[in-house]
Design a protein around this ligand. Structure first.
Ligand code: AMP
Ligand code: ZN
Length: 132
């Protein structure tokens, strides 16, 4: 897509610090890292987000995430994997991507959402609404 920053990175029109690449997937450092080593993993074909990606590319991206995660786990103490889909979920670049966020013991970060659920009593109703 012409106006997509990540497509421009894939084509080489915009530079990046590449971490991993194969035929279907590219991983590179986030330009605005929340921790050192903050990495983005993207399909080399334009998909907006999880809602439109095809399973073939999703599997390739997932396999790359696993590979990079295992590699990073030897260099850090763990990782978070984050992914935003659509504006309400704070997606800002509309080319599917997964954040790999390396963690170190005592890094003082908290990437886990606030754990309090406002309406804890209504799980039954919610399950009925959501079940496939
Ligand atoms: P999200 O808010 O989940 O859509 O994440 C988009 C991410 O892309 C942000 O963390 C940005 O810092 C990152 N980003 C945007 N432009 C670039 C770029 N040219 N190179 C590397 N990372 C970028
Ligand atoms: Zn794109």
């Amino acid at each position: 897509m012409d106006d997509c920053i990540f497509c421009k990175i894939i084509s080489g029109d915009v530079p990046c610090y590449k971490i991993y690449e194969d035929e279907y997937v590219l991983a590179f450092l986030d330009i605005n890292p929340v921790v050192n080593g903050h990495t983005l993993v993207i399909p080399k074909k334009h998909f907006v987000n999880i809602f439109d990606v095809d399973n073939f590319y999703l599997e390739k991206v997932t396999a790359a995430i696993k590979k990079i995660s295992v590699h990073y786990n030897q260099k850090f103490d763990g990782i978070n994997i984050l992914n935003a889909n659509d504006k309400s979920a704070q997606q800002s670049v509309f080319h599917l991507h997964f954040h790999i966020i390396p963690r170190t013991i005592d890094d003082g970060k908290d990437f886990w959402p606030y754990k309090e659920v406002l309406d804890k009593t209504d799980l039954k109703t919610m399950a009925e609404r959501l079940k496939l």
